[in-house]
Write a protein that binds this ligand. Structure first.
Ligand SMILES: Cc1cc2nc3c(=O)[nH]c(=O)nc-3n(C[C@H](O)[C@H](O)[C@H](O)COP(=O)(O)OP(=O)(O)OC[C@H]3O[C@@H](n4cnc5c(N)ncnc54)[C@H](O)[C@@H]3O)c2cc1C
Length: 469
C-alpha cells in the first residue's frame, strides 16, 4: 500500500512529497499535467527548452531542487498525465494517459494518507462580448506565455482584480505583446486602507514585497499604464476582439454613468481572483469553510481522517504559502508531529503568510454590484450558451430556489467544463432572481462526483485493467 499519496504537483504538492520522503515514507505523486510544477512553475517542455528558463520564473532553483530530488528518489513514484477522476470510500481512481485519449490505463490507489494539493482555477466574471475570440482568462494567457511562449495578442488589455494581474502583464510583455493597460477594479483608497493596515505583518513576508517590486519595475520599464477603480464592462468586435469599454466603477463595482472610454485592443485577459479545485475533497467528504475552501486545522488535516490539504485549495495566498502548507501537510501525513523541529520554519512562514492572504482577499474582493454591467443577452455559461436573461427567466417562472433544479432547467454548468468557468457566477445570478433572493440547496456548483472527463468505455470497462496500488 502507498504510504502517502499526493494529488497535485504544484508548489504545495511538491513540498508535501519532499516532506513525506524526508520522514522515510513511500510516496506516490500524481498530476494531470504532463510535467510537475503546477501553475506557478509551468515551464516549457523539455523538447523546446528556453536558453535561460530561470529568468522566466521566481524560485526556479527551489523548483529544480525539489523536483530533481523526487525524480531521483526510488521510493517516490511520480505519475504525470494522471487524472484523478473519482474518490470513493477512500480509494482514489485515476486514468493515466493523454487527456481524453484512447487506451488510458486505469489505476486505483489506496493509501494510508492522502494530501490534496489540487490548486485553483482562475476566475473571470462574465462581461458582454466575453465569448468573442481574443478573450482569455488571465491564467490562460499566463499559461500560454510561460508554457508555450505564445503571446495572446499584439495590443492586450489586462483587467480584473488582484496582484495576479501584474505577473500576467509582465509575461505578456516578455512574450512580445504590448500591454495597453492593467485595470484593477478595486479603488486606490480601499487598496491603500488594506495594504497599509498593520505594516509590521508585511515585513514578515519580504519575498512577497520583493516579487511585487520586481513586477512594478517591469511595468515602469515597459510603461504599462495601471489604473484602479476601472473595469472592462463590454468587449466589442465582429469576428474577434477589436476594442473594449473601460468604465469607472464605484466601490461596489457598479459602473459610474459617464465614466466609459473605448480602447482599441486585439486581446483581453480577465482575472477576478481564483476558485479552488475542491471537487475531490468534496467527494472524499471533507468539510469546506464559509468561503468554500477546504477546511483544515493547524496540522493541515481536513475533517476526514487521513486526508490532508495544502495550497490554494485551502485559501488563496501565493506560492510561499502553498510551499509552507505543503511541507506541514506532507510531514503530518507521514506521521510526524507539529512540534517537530523540521516544521519550525514552515509553521512560522505559514502563519505570517496567512495574514498576508487575508489582507489580499479583503483588498481585492469582488464587488457585489458587478452584475450591473450584464445585459439579458450576456452569455454566462459559455459551454451551453446560457444567457443572463435565460437564467433569470428560469428562476422567475419556475418559482424554484433549488440550484439543482434550476441548473437542469437552464442547462447552465452542465457542459464540457462542468461549471468550472461559470459556476459561481451562475449561482449569484440565480440567487438574485430566485424567490426570497437566495438558493436553498446545500449542494453547490463545486460538486462534481466525476472530477475529470472520462470516456464511457473507460467507465464501463476500466476496472478490468485497474491495478490496486
Ligand atoms: C492558470 C494559473 C496561472 C498562474 N500563474 C501564476 C504566476 O505566473 N505567478 C504567480 O505568482 N502565481 C500564479 N498563479 C497562482 C499560483 O497558482 C499559486 O500561487 C500556486 O501555484 C498554488 O500552488 P498549488 O500547489 O496550491 O496549486 P497549483 O500550482 O495550481 O497545482 C495544482 C496541481 O494539481 C493538479 N491537479 C488538479 N486537479 C487534479 C486532478 N483531478 N488530478 C490530477 N491532478 C490534478 C494540477 O494539474 C496542478 O498541477 C497561477 C494560477 C493559475 C490558476
Amino acid at each position: 500500500m502507498t504510504e502517502v499519496l499526493v494529488i497535485g504537483s504544484g508548489p504545495a504538492g511538491l513540498a508535501a512529497a519532499c516532506a513525506a520522503r524526508a520522514l522515510g515514507r513511500r510516496v506516490v505523486l500524481l498530476d494531470a499535467s504532463d510535467y510537475v510544477g503546477g501553475q506557478y512553475w509551468r515551464h516549457l517542455p523539455p523538447e523546446r527548452p528556453a536558453r535561460r528558463e530561470a529568468v522566466l520564473h521566481h524560485g526556479w532553483s527551489r523548483f529544480q531542487a525539489m523536483s530533481q530530488a523526487l525524480e531521483r528518489d526510488p521510493l517516490c513514484e511520480i505519475v504525470t498525465s494522471a487524472h484523478v477522476w473519482a474518490i470513493d470510500a477512500g480509494r482514489v481512481h485515476v486514468m493515466v494517459g493523454e487527456a481524453d485519449g484512447a487506451g488510458r490505463e486505469a489505476r486505483t490507489y489506496a493509501a494510508a494518507a492522502v494530501v490534496f494539493a489540487t490548486g485553483a482555477f482562475d476566475r473571470a466574471l462574465p462581461i458582454p462580448g466575453w465569448d468573442l475570440p481574443g478573450v482569455f482568462t488571465a491564467g490562460g494567457a499566463q499559461a500560454l506565455a510561460k508554457g508555450e511562449r505564445v503571446a495572446v495578442g499584439q495590443r492586450v488589455v489586462v483587467a480584473g482584480s488582484g496582484p495576479f494581474l501584474l505577473p500576467v502583464a509582465s509575461s505578456l510583455v516578455q512574450a512580445g505583446s504590448t500591454v495597453v493597460g492593467v485595470y484593477e477594479a478595486s479603488h486606490l483608497a480601499h487598496l491603500a486602507r488594506q495594504w497599509t493596515a498593520r505594516p509590521w505583518q508585511l515585513l514578515a513576508t519580504p519575498a512577497k514585497l520583493l516579487e511585487l517590486a520586481h513586477y512594478a519595475s517591469v511595468h515602469v520599464k515597459n510603461r504599462i499604464p495601471y489604473a484602479t477603480g476601472r473595469a472592462v464592462t463590454a468587449i466589442h468586435g465582429g469576428q474577434r476582439v477589436e476594442s473594449v469599454t473601460i468604465s469607472a466603477i464605484d466601490e461596489t463595482w457598479r459602473p459610474i454613468p459617464g465614466g466609459d472610454v473605448v480602447v482599441a485592443a486585439d486581446a483581453v485577459c480577465l482575472g477576478h481572483g481564483f476558485t479552488p479545485r475542491v471537487e475531490l475533497p468534496i467527494a472524499a467528504g471533507c468539510r469546506l469553510d464559509a468561503r468554500r475552501f477546504v477546511q483544515v486545522d493547524e496540522h493541515q488535516r481536513t475533517s476526514v481522517a487521513a486526508f490532508y490539504a495544502a495550497g490554494e485549495i485551502t485559501g488563496i495566498g501565493g506560492v510561499d504559502l502553498s510551499l509552507s502548507e505543503g511541507t506541514i501537510a506532507g510531514h503530518m501525513a507521514a506521521g510526524g508531529h507539529l512540534e517537530d523541529r523540521a516544521l519550525r520554519d514552515a509553521r512560522a512562514r505559514r502563519d505570517a503568510l496567512r495574514s498576508f492572504a487575508e489582507r489580499l482577499e479583503r483588498a481585492h474582493r469582488i464587488g457585489e454590484n458587478w452584475t450591473d454591467w450584464l445585459s439579458d443577452e450576456t452569455i454566462v455559461c459559455r459551454c451551453e450558451e446560457v444567457s443572463v436573461g435565460r437564467l433569470r427567466s428560469v428562476a422567475e417562472t419556475s418559482r424554484s430556489s433549488g440550484l439543482r433544479s434550476l441548473k437542469l432547467q437552464s442547462r447552465a454548468g452542465l457542459g464540457a467544463c462542468q461549471g468550472r468557468m461559470c459556476g459561481r457566477s451562475v449561482e449569484t445570478i440565480l440567487a438574485a432572481a430566485a424567490p426570497g433572493g437566495h438558493l436553498i440547496d446545500e449542494s453547490t456548483t463545486d460538486r462534481r462526483p466525476i472530477a475529470t472527463p472520462i470516456r464511457l468505455a473507460e467507465l464501463a470497462f476500466g476496472n478490468d485493467k485497474s491495478v490496486e496500488k
